[in-house]
Design a protein around this ligand. Structure first.
Ligand code: HEC
Ligand code: HEC
Length: 208
């Protein structure tokens, strides 16, 4: 194949991809109207983490969670009515994920983690608490990356800029097997309550 044809093919492919992405974002914005009531207009979540922040999460992660919710692999009762809608097929999942993944966090004020006095009393102060959290996080780095920014090749989400209450709930669900996570028994099965709190404090300290 000649070089000119190659270039022409590549540029028309890029044009097609750019247009498809635009079309997806338009459809995605329409679908997102069904999500605002809980996740907020900007996808920042709320109610102290009852509704997680979803804005800016990677598209691969959003698509997987939505497919898991729909297939009941991950149980999320409040969202069941969303998926009863027959239009919520794979195309809709792709489109809304594309839209949500490009929602900005500019101006988002993350919830600051503050240990309760009872929790803090388990440590020699806040610095030691953060060190314990950092130690535990060494088991997570290979997949969630330095500073917990998430890693595409591991299909892992970022853990920064997320509500501590929401993350705590997920970790407890991993430990109990209510939500699936790789190696959950070895990673979460043995974690004590104060260690989970230390991990949350450390993750919270990693946000921008
Ligand atoms: C009635 C409230 C409600 C509506 C409407 C809703 N959600 Fe949710 N969503 C939740 C709750 C609650 C959770 C947290 C579940 C948990 O604690 O595990 C959640 C979790 C999620 C997550 C997982 C986030 C993560 O970090 O793993 C994604 C992604 C998500 N929702 C996307 C959407 C999208 C997209 C829509 C619209 C199509 C939507 N949600 C509509 C309540 C809602
Ligand atoms: C072997 C790779 C791997 C390791 C190690 C790992 N994770 Fe994960 N983690 C993942 C993947 C992949 C997901 C997405 C799971 C899914 O699809 O539901 C995830 C999801 C999560 C979530 C859910 C986030 C959300 O928005 O709902 C939390 C919280 C989490 N991991 C915490 C941890 C912690 C804490 C550690 C260390 C103790 C850890 N992970 C170690 C791969 C890993």
């Amino acid at each position: 194949m000649s070089r000119t044809i190659n270039l022409a093919l590549i540029s028309s492919l890029l044009f097609f991809m750019a247009n498809t992405a635009q079309a997806d974002a338009g459809v995605g914005e329409q679908i997102y109207k069904h999500c605002k009531v809980c996740h907020g207009v900007k996808g920042w979540g709320g109610k102290e983490g009852k509704y997680p922040r979803i804005a800016g999460l990677p598209q691969y992660y959003l698509e997987k969670q939505l497919a898991d919710f729909k297939g009941r692999k991950r149980i999320n009762k409040p969202m069941v009515p969303v998926f009863k809608n027959w239009r919520f097929n794979q195309d809709a999942i792709t489109a809304v994920s594309a839209f949500v993944s490009q929602l900005s966090l500019a101006g988002f004020e993350r919830t600051h983690y503050e240990p309760s006095p009872e929790v803090l009393a388990q440590f020699d102060g806040k610095d030691e608490m953060l060190e314990v959290g950092e130690d535990i996080f060494q088991d997570c780095i290979q997949c969630h990356g330095e500073q917990a920014r998430g890693k595409e090749d591991k299909e892992s989400p970022p853990l920064v800029n997320q509500y501590p209450n929401y993350l705590r709930k997920q970790i407890v669900e991993f430990a109990s097997g209510h939500r699936t996570h790789e190696n959950s028994e070895s990673l979460f099965g043995e974690l004590e309550t104060d260690e989970i709190e230390a991990l949350l404090a450390y993750l919270n300290s990693q946000a921008d």
